[in-house]
Design a protein around this ligand. Sequence first.
Ligand code: GLY
Length: 372
Amino acid sequence: MAVIEVALAGRPYRVVIEEGVLGRLSEAAAPFLAAYGGGRAVPFVADSNTHRLFAADVEAHLKSHGRKAEWFVVEPGEDAKTWGVLESLCDWLLALGVTRKDHVIALGGGVVGDLVGFACAIVKRGLGFVQLPTTLLAQVDSSVGGKTAINTRAGKNLIGAFHQPSLVLIDPLVLGSLPDREMRAGFAEVIKYGLLGDAAFFAWLEANANKVLAREPAALEHAIATSIAMKARIVAEDERETEDRRALLNLGHTFGHALEAETGFSARLLHGEAVALGMVLAARYSARRGEISASDAARAAGAIAAAGLPSQLSALGLTCDGAALVDHMRHDKKAEGTTLPFLLLRALGEAYVARDVALSDVAAFLDGELAA
Ligand code: GLY
């Protein structure tokens, strides 16, 4: 078991990593279980997969503690992060009679967490919520830090709010049912923490990737706890990404976003896979600028390939050129006028925000990578 505090001034909260905590929800989340309308019900939002996998156990557990669950179930996937679903969820919460003292429980991956967090940010000007993330990606990244959002025609995550959860409960056992591909995609975000800020953790991941991916309990808990400890530190330092601290968490995301956009944000390339390849490109581009050695860039790519993640742009089978990928980056919400901040590496374990990158040079670099 590990407990990590996100030390935000005046609103600290805990991230609890504990095997089986889902089955001990009443105790683990005791101060946050709703009492709206004087009742004993707890509002849960899940997707149809997490509902199918976990609802019966949750209900049995709550029943044995004199409570019952109310469910709002969405379809799995990004389509749940829409105005329409948000409206239905807000209406449902209002119909339940929730008050600002209540907490909603988000039981799912990043989509459910983002949707619930945003609904809770706006319903009655702010409900509480508890994150119960069920994918590795959500456990090590999106459930912590309070970024909440839905997607619109203009792009992903462009409508949202910073709204921190009151508690994050991470049960590594729920990853037992996660498909291997999604496990690997989440592992990309774990590698990210090593590459951006902890060389020793990166080396540990090189040696222990197989154990983490096989869900060996000690290795898995170490990987999750180390990742969250770093994220918690960074979020406490720069909650709203106004300094160049929280931006470090976007390592691999600018290149990755372009690849996701080019592949239509589809199952052809999962977010974590795009981040993995994006980190390889960030490392190789850093080497091109002489900031890390070619062998360090190869080491980063090797760790990503060893985890079964995409590590070679030319293998994706894209038909576009580098300029088209750069165009996708321009539409990224992190674009600042005509320039783009790029997350690059000074060393394996030391990322920084580069503001002097010429997009024409990135396009030329990507042309080379596409042809390699
Ligand atoms: N996923 C990046 C962040 O939370 O800032």
